[in-house]
Design a protein around this ligand. Structure first.
Ligand code: 5GP
Length: 207
């Protein structure tokens, strides 16, 4: 795949509360490459304001599992700490890659591992909050959830943070502008040079 006219897969993960959505939207606007977002499928219900086909493809469990049996997913998992299934649809990724586009997947750590196995030249980025205290502050700051729900989110965050070393890049979301710039630099580098000759941007992980 590397070196051909095909696009690239870009994986972005990180605990909720790390400001992923804000960073992701800005990266999609400013990316130096033709980047499109893969809209995942999920069995969870839409939250207020979420739109089917834009935020997720909201599927009934039987639809989801039928697609799963038919091989419609590149990866799908019951996300840690959630009762629901989430998955990357092949129909969101394959046609875009074949058209030379870069496809951004915002998925959890299990999904990221499956994508790394399937697309070894995928660019993998982990977005982390500046500190554990900051993450707690952000999760509590929403003010909408019970202590129990916050405890579950923190347990998920701890689980996700423990996996950060599996990613090629770790970007700290201290300031949104800086995180967006670093991610755009990573994408620009991958557009210019081959995978064996990369300059280091931010903190590059050992693989
Ligand atoms: P939420 O329910 O808050 O929208 O998302 C919960 C988690 O599901 C997030 O950590 C997000 O990264 C993950 N997620 C969303 N879409 C996918 C997907 O297609 N595959 C996997 N493996 N995880 C996903």
């Amino acid at each position: 795949m590397a070196g051909s006219a095909r696009g690239k897969v870009v994986v972005l993960s990180g605990p909720s509360g790390a400001g992923k959505t804000t960073v992701l939207r800005r990266v999609l606007q400013q990316a130096p490459v033709p980047l499109v977002l893969s809209v995942s499928a999920t069995t969870r219900a839409p939250r207020p304001g979420e739109v089917d086909g834009r935020d997720y493809h909201f599927l009934a469990p039987d639809q989801f599992h039928r697609l799963r049996r038919e091989g419609g997913f590149i990866e799908c998992f019951q996300v840690f700490g959630k009762d629901h299934w989430y998955g990357t649809l092949a129909s969101e990724v394959t046609p875009s890659l074949e058209a030379g586009k870069w496809v951004l997947l915002e998925i959890d750590v299990q999904g990221a591992q499956a994508v790394m196995d399937r697309y070894p030249d995928a660019i993998t980025i982990f977005l982390r909050p500046s500190s554990w205290e900051e993450l707690q502050r952000r999760l509590r700051g929403r003010g909408t959830e019970s202590e129990e729900a916050i405890g579950q989110r923190l347990a998920r965050a701890r689980h996700e943070l423990a996996m950060a070393d599996r990613y090629q890049y770790v970007v700290i979301n201290d300031k949104v502008d800086d995180a967006v710039r670093q991610i755009c630099q990573i994408l620009a580098q991958h557009a210019e040079v081959n995978t064996h000759d990369r300059r280091v941007v931010g903190r590059r992980n050992h693989q």
